[in-house]
Design a protein around this ligand. Structure first.
Ligand SMILES: Cc1cc2nc3c(=O)[nH]c(=O)nc-3n(C[C@H](O)[C@H](O)[C@H](O)COP(=O)(O)OP(=O)(O)OC[C@H]3O[C@@H](n4cnc5c(N)ncnc54)[C@H](O)[C@@H]3O)c2cc1C
Length: 309
């Protein structure tokens, strides 16, 4: 008779250590991004990180690099379309008080990346500092506004940017100054993934005058844009010298719908997410718009909204 086989104990249940172990205070898992975007669409972020200071940001970024986790940075989500599956990566958000600082030093304003542009505007009216009224009615944070060079026919944020502090994916912080920054239509030449804070150079101005300019801009927006809807602003960039909205209108697409996604009848470059809308509906509608505009005018529209992933 052969010896009985030695009994091997069942292996203990394996627990894979979280890449962000010990960082529970600022890292959450599987957070819906729909609740963090203006379109209110899309799946969850595998990791959602709200660093409370620079050290936490650097540590979380280091862990992303070690574990090959893709990095995304979210402002107010006013220009982001997240797909329905979600983002298999780390989404950083500068919502904690550390990133919300506003300090006025004569006509220079130091402002954290997480500061909401509309709140900053109100603050600047109180301080009697003008120059960024062009941001009236544009939702978003300073970080998102600088990345996208937010603005329009009344001017853009880049015109007032004096200095920006950024951080690369290795955790190194450095400064970019006015002389090497280039701001173009809905684009800046900042390639570092994180914009941390900025200094804006504004002009002393009568608060009443600033308010008057803001009201004019808001009035214009109220009459031309579907403001009380779920949307992401202009979906496509204007081709040079042309209006994307006019091209979409000429293609007969105002009011056109795919599922819950609808081309606004007020401004054809806005897509409205109706109840039940999926991110996929918006993407299909965007494809149709591009095809129809190309068929009619031979122009290929470029997306302004940032599609994740
Ligand atoms: C109703 C409505 C009207 C709008 N009107 C206008 C308009 O007139 N003009 C205009 O320009 N835009 C407009 N937009 C678009 C949007 O408001 C702007 O693009 C705004 O700058 C987005 O800011 P955000 O903080 O929401 O950025 P998000 O939408 O969250 O992100 C936009 C981009 O910026 C990046 N980003 C965000 N924060 C940071 C950071 N701290 N560091 C590095 N990268 C970052 C993101 O990764 C992403 O690539 C409108 C949107 C809506 C919903």
């Amino acid at each position: 008779m052969s010896d009985p086989k030695p009994q091997t104990a069942a292996p203990p249940m394996m627990r894979i250590a979280s890449p962000f172990a010990g960082m529970d205070d600022c890292v959450s898992e599987n957070v819906s991004l729909a609740q963090h975007t203006w379109l209110g669409l899309g799946g969850p972020a595998r990791w959602f990180i709200r660093p409370r200071n620079l050290e936490e940001l650097q540590e979380a970024t280091r862990r992303c690099a070690e574990n090959a986790i893709a990095i995304y940075v979210l402002g107010l989500g006013a220009d982001v379309l997240v797909n329905d599956v979600g983002v298999n990566g780390a989404v950083f958000r500068f919502s904690e008080p550390f990133w919300q600082r506003v300090e006025v030093e004569k006509n220079l304003v130091h402002v954290g990346a997480g500061v909401e542009m509309q709140k900053l505007l109100t603050n600047m009216v109180r301080s009697g500092l003008g120059g960024i009224e062009c941001l009236a009615g544009i939702p978003g944070t300073i970080g998102g506004g600088i990345r996208m060079n937010a603005g329009g026919k009344f001017g853009d944020l880049g015109e007032s940017v004096f200095r920006v502090a950024v951080m690369d994916s290795g955790g190194t912080v450095f400064e970019r100054t006015k002389d090497d920054l280039v701001f173009e239509y809905r684009h800046s030449n900042i390639s570092a993934p994180f914009i941390l804070d900025a200094t804006l150079e504004l002009e002393e101005e009568d608060p009443e005058q600033i308010l008057r300019k803001m009201r004019e801009i808001l009035m214009f927006k109220r009459t031309t844009q579907p403001l009380n809807t779920r949307n992401a602003g202009c979906i496509f960039k204007n081709p040079r010298g042309l209006s994307a909205g006019a091209l979409i209108d000429q293609a007969g697409l105002k009011g056109f719908r795919v599922g819950g996604a609808e081309v606004s009848s007020k401004h054809a470059n806005f897509i409205i997410a109706r109840p039940g809308c999926l991110a996929d509906d918006v993407m299909k509608l965007m494809r149709i718009i591009r095809e129809k505009v190309f068929e009619k005018n031979g122009i290929l529209l470029e997306s302004e909204v940032q599609i994740w992933p």
